[in-house]
Design a protein around this ligand. Structure first.
Ligand SMILES: C[S@@+](CC[C@H](N)C(=O)[O-])C[C@H]1O[C@@H](n2cnc3c(N)ncnc32)[C@H](O)[C@@H]1O
Length: 251
């Protein structure tokens, strides 16, 4: 089964923002964003790369930061646009170079985006170009040391089983078919049997596109190769690994 990142987030866009109300994992992104914000003075220029529907960017724009959002997905971006204000604007792009002047950002953050990128290096280099010397780039990716991620790795292996692949093909067909009538599979989430099968299908789809599941030291190496100093790697503390890179270029 091959799923595109775009298709996946098209279907997720409808309910993405709701997850900030209900899920602990989403609330923790706000906490990470707040820590990030505390590094900057009022009026600092910040890029939210992969801003999704713009919840976090809007949140930080109310903390006296000038936030620019960027996302590849038009549906997500349409939702983010509704949140634009004096301190928050956003644009669509999926690949560097971005239409942005060099050395203009004090900080860049990217929450749960880098695992989906085909070539993270291209983005690291671009961020090094648009960040001021000494500027901070913070991002989160799956922490492969965490129990939850270890279980996911086992599930990803299961997705290669021939029987499971038939199940996935069937759901993929069903999803496309219902979509032609404007019906989303997620509507059946609460149904007793099909609901559980749907949730499992969503997990397999997610694991298919969440592909950059590197160790902390590999991320560190990639960052260093692209012109960043890497702040110390935190101990495993849940499913999200937060890394902080400092732009060496020009400093
Ligand atoms: C898991 S969501 C995270 C959204 C947001 N950062 C948040 O925490 O709510 C991943 C986002 O990354 C975006 N994305 C994936 N690949 C991208 C790319 N190449 N360029 C820009 N955005 C991308 C997706 O469209 C999606 O909105």
């Amino acid at each position: 089964m091959k799923i595109s990142v775009e298709d996946f987030f098209n279907s997720q866009s409808v309910t993405w923002g709701d997850q900030y109300q209900s899920q602990k994992a989403f609330k923790s992104r706000k906490t990470i964003a707040l820590h990030f914000a505390s590094r900057f003075q009022d009026g600092s220029k910040i890029l939210d790369f992969g801003c999704g529907s713009g919840e976090i960017a809007e949140f930080l724009s109310h903390k006296n930061l000038q936030v620019t959002g960027c996302d590849a997905n038009q549906k997500m971006l349409d939702l983010a646009k509704k949140r634009e204000n004096q301190n928050f604007t956003c644009f669509q792009s999926s690949l560097p170079p971005f239409p942005l002047e060099p050395r203009q950002f004090d900080g860049i953050y990217s929450l749960s985006v880098f695992e989906y990128l085909d070539d993270p290096n291209i983005f690291f280099r671009e961020f090094s170009r648009i960040l001021k010397p000494g500027g901070t780039f913070l991002f989160t990716v799956p922490d492969m040391r965490d129990e939850f991620r270890i279980r996911e790795t086992k599930q990803a292996k299961l997705a290669r089983n021939p029987v499971v692949r038939v199940f996935l093909k069937f759901f993929q067909f069903l999803e496309k078919y219902l979509f032609t009538f404007g019906i989303s599979l997620s509507k059946f989430r609460e149904f007793p049997l099909i609901g559980r099968a749907f949730v499992q299908y969503e997990v397999f789809k997610f694991l298919n596109i969440s592909k950059n599941r590197f160790s902390p030291s590999k991320w560190k190496q990639l960052g260093e190769d692209c012109g960043f100093d890497v702040e110390s790697i935190p101990n495993s503390n849940g499913p999200l690994l937060t890394l902080v890179f400092i732009n060496k270029v020009g400093s």
